[in-house]
Design a protein around this ligand. Structure first.
Ligand code: 5AD
Ligand code: SF4
Length: 417
């Protein structure tokens, strides 16, 4: 969602005639888009702001947007008085106000609901020309996992009206999108039927691939699961975080599903679409996590053979109950557990990537690599493929020729216009 927010901010400013630069010293406006899900990222924000302040032009405007802005509020101005704006994750559409009033201080950390989507709908933005378009459909979260700051920073769960989303989908298709990825912190909790949204989107000829992220396990309805078997445009890849393989830890995380239920959902998905692959997020070192609890997480990671997963050390966050839980796990144990889990996840990736050698896959071309000699593409499972070519149509049949734990190499089979 944060990457998406960054893209929208860039697009909004492009609409005002601005262009992007990597050079802080040359910029007229510097926007630091921030995330506060884990502490490490939060800590980096203020040191980075200090660095920017030293390097930026004296008359350049600078500030923070996103979750750290919401958490810090006016305190950010006390810490760095030169800041021009502090805008929360639901207020960044107000950014142009600072361009119109450069001598003011702009502070807005309201959870203004869906207002930003109204202001920043596709037709109001400079069109994206990418093959892949991210479309937000809901924001915030009502699950209140005990470790998570999202319900505080992004607020209660809200779903965008179906027609507004479809208007954005059509606008994305009109500007060349081939793949649509629906976004939300709890995307399958979308109130106006995610399966209908996918069906409607699939009717658009030029849209060839559809996916969504990130899903809460118990909100996978039977209708949505069945769609993986009946809608060929829905990619056979799903991010459905389990977080932990220990029933006790899941209870303390306030994620009230049993392992049996989770595995049952995975089995239903496999029955609907036998080649589906699942990705997860994991937290290690949650307060009170024993060696046995952690071993259960490793077991489930091996058993489900998750690919393309994310693993994090538990990070105590303000406003969250788990930060006050007893038996916080020492950093050195978290580090060891993360390393062990990462080895399992890497091995899963390597095994799956190697199993793809010789397969033909339709891949979405993302663009050239840094050398300009290769193109980077994504398989239906979001693996990166490197192809020795410099110009191809957006969707391309590729034969996978080699693989390692991070990526695949492939060759062109035929051209699809
Ligand atoms: N500590 C560590 N990881 C966290 N996540 C969310 N909150 C925390 C936290 N306090 C992870 C979860 C979530 C992902 C987006 O970030 O795994 O799925
Ligand atoms: Fe946070 Fe995800 Fe839990 Fe919602 S479901 S509270 S976003 S971890």
């Amino acid at each position: 969602m944060n990457v998406y927010d960054g893209m929208r901010i860039a697009s909004m400013l492009r609409g005002r005639g601005m262009t992007e630069t990597d050079d802080v010293a040359a910029a007229d406006l510097i926007v630091l888009n921030t995330c506060s899900v884990r502490e490490k990222a939060t800590n980096k924000v203020f040191s980075e702001l200090g660095r920017i302040q030293k390097r930026k032009r004296p008359d350049a405007l600078f500030g923070i947007v996103g979750c750290v802005a919401r958490e810090s509020g006016a305190d950010a101005f006390r810490r760095i008085p030169e800041l021009n704006f502090v805008l929360g994750p639901q207020s960044y559409h107000k950014l142009p106000e600072i361009l119109d009033n450069p001598d003011s201080k702009l502070l807005n950390i309201d959870l203004s609901g869906l207002e930003k989507f109204d202001e920043l709908n596709y037709s109001n933005l400079k069109p994206q020309t990418s093959n892949l378009s991210y479309i937000p459909i809901q924001e915030g979260c009502d699950h209140f996992c005990t470790y998570c700051i999202v319900p505080h920073t992004r607020g209660r769960e809200l779903s965008r009206p179906f027609d507004d989303v479809m208007r954005d989908v059509h606008a994305a298709a009109d500007t060349g999108a081939i793949e649509i990825c629906f976004l939300g912190q709890n995307v399958n909790g979308y109130k106006f039927s995610l399966d209908n949204l996918i069906r409607e989107t699939a009717k658009i000829d030029s849209i060839e691939r559809i996916r969504f992220t990130s899903s809460y396990p118990t909100e996978m309805t039977d209708d949505l699961i069945a769609l993986f078997g009946t809608e060929p445009k829905l990619l056979p890849f799903l991010n459905m975080p389990i977080q932990s393989g220990s029933p006790d830890v899941l209870t303390r995380m306030n994620r009230p599903y049993s392992l049996e239920l989770y595995i049952d959902i995975v089995n239903k998905l496999l029955a609907a679409r036998p080649d589906i692959q699942i990705s997860s997020d994991f937290i290690v070192g949650f307060p009170g996590e024993t060696d046995e609890d952690f071993e259960m997480t490793c077991d489930i990671a091996r058993r489900i053979k998750y690919i393309n997963s994310y693993s994090f050390k538990y990070s105590p966050r303000p406003h969250t109950p788990a930060a006050q839980f007893p038996n916080q796990i020492p950093e050195n144990i978290k580090k060891v557990r993360l390393k062990i889990l990462d080895e399992i996840l890497t091995e899963n990736n390597r095994a799956f990537n190697e199993s793809c050698i010789g397969r033909e896959m339709e891949c979405l071309i993302e663009g050239p690599d840094k050398t300009g000699k290769h193109l980077l593409a994504r398989t239906p499972y979001m693996q990166q493929v490197i192809i020795a070519a410099n110009n191809l149509p957006p969707l391309q049949k590729i034969r996978i020729t080699s693989a390692n734990k991070c990526s695949l190499r492939g060759e062109i089979i035929n051209l699809k216009s």
